[in-house]
Design a protein around this ligand. Structure first.
Ligand code: CUA
Length: 342
């Protein structure tokens, strides 16, 4: 026994514990934008109604088991000069049956509602459903509305109160679709199709985030679900279905000319611009109507778009769009053009 160091360690115990509690407490924030404990839609609420009682059961078991361990540690610890051995319970049939049966019953009790909820949520809603396809790319989200002939990126508009049945795919590695306030996480495995339903009860912006480490810019792979009133949504749909309005004069028109004659069109689509049909990068047809860009990492304002066009990988590590060595004048013109694409 190390009689000299033990008291020192014991003296460290309290500050260490207090430090850990402080550390845990500071990670809690009220009304955080991605707080899953404040569901904003039917699907998220169903999940919460399942996880709350399960968490409660787990918490009771945790404190029971940990408490018993601490009691055993203190009551039956080795004492100098005390050679007595605690009463042994090995081979006690009644005890062993009890501690096998009770956990099995608890697990069965948790499994029944869990499996029921999983099946229930996996079903495609029948009434009034909107279909949306989301494809994950390193590191942005391609969003299409198959029935509506719309293709956009990173910002998913949905009508309030309607179930939205998502078909999720990945083009490269495993990503994970997660809007904490609207639904649970759903991994997106390349070569497979996954489905998840989201629904928002109130208009608003719900922040999403890729929840599976997928490379350098995993943290920059964000998205937004914009829940609109039905009227706003219809208006948005009507706007998105239009071809881009090409500017005819000023700096924006100059930008349009540069865009149409540059490598941009190899990766980006602008509906209505001949040859601009690339699918490697986000569809830019209504770029100016979005509030963010580059995987919802930056606010869509010229102050961010300028340095982005100048050197994308410097703004977002690993970005596939290269530095094209654009001049300051070209960048200004392209910014004016892109912001004009409402
Ligand atoms: Cu995509 Cu992490």
């Amino acid at each position: 026994m190390d009689d000299v160091r033990l008291p020192g360690r014991a003296r460290l115990l309290l500050p260490t514990l207090l430090g850990l509690v402080a550390f845990a407490a500071t990670s809690c924030a009220e009304h955080a934008p991605q707080d899953a404990l404040e569901p904003e839609g039917r699907v998220a609420r169903i999940i919460e109604e399942l996880s709350n009682p399960v968490f409660l059961i787990a918490a009771v078991i945790f404190f029971l088991v940990e408490g018993l361990i601490i009691v055993a540690l203190i009551r039956f610890r080795e004492r100098p000069g005390d050679e007595r051995i605690p009463r042994q319970v090995h081979g006690n049939k009644r005890l062993e049956i009890a501690w096998t049966l009770v956990p099995a019953l608890i697990l069965a009790g948790v499994a029944v509602p869990t499996v029921g909820t999983i099946w229930n949520l996996a079903k495609r809603p029948t009434a009034n459903v909107l279909d949306v396809s989301v494809t994950a790319n390193k590191w942005w989200w391609d969003v299409t509305y198959p029935g509506l002939r719309i293709n956009t990126a990173n910002e998913i508009h949905i009508p309030v109160g309607r179930p939205v049945y998502l078909t999720l795919r990945s083009t490269d590695v495993i990503h994970s679709f997660w809007v904490p306030k609207l639904a649970g996480k759903q991994d997106m495995v390349p070569g497979r199709e996954h489905n998840i339903t989201i629904r928002a009860d109130r208009p608003g912006i719900y922040l999403g985030q890729c929840a599976e480490f997928c490379g350098l810019s995993h943290a920059n792979m964000r998205f937004r679900v914009m829940a609109d009133t039905p009227a706003e949504f219809d208006e948005w749909v009507a706007g998105q279905r239009q071809d881009a309005v090409q500017p005819t004069e000023g700096l924006a028109a100059e930008g349009a000319r540069i865009f149409a004659n540059s490598p941009c069109i190899g990766c980006h689509t602008v509906q209505g611009v001949e040859n601009a049909v690339g699918r490697l990068g986000p569809n830019l047809t209504h770029y100016g109507s979005r509030s963010t860009f580059a995987g919802s990492t930056f606010r869509n304002i010229p102050a961010y778009l300028r340095p982005w066009l100048d050197n994308p990988p410097r703004m977002k590590p690993g970005a596939r769009m290269p530095d094209y060595g654009l001049s300051r004048e070209e960048i200004e013109a392209l910014v004016a053009y892109m912001m004009s694409l409402k």
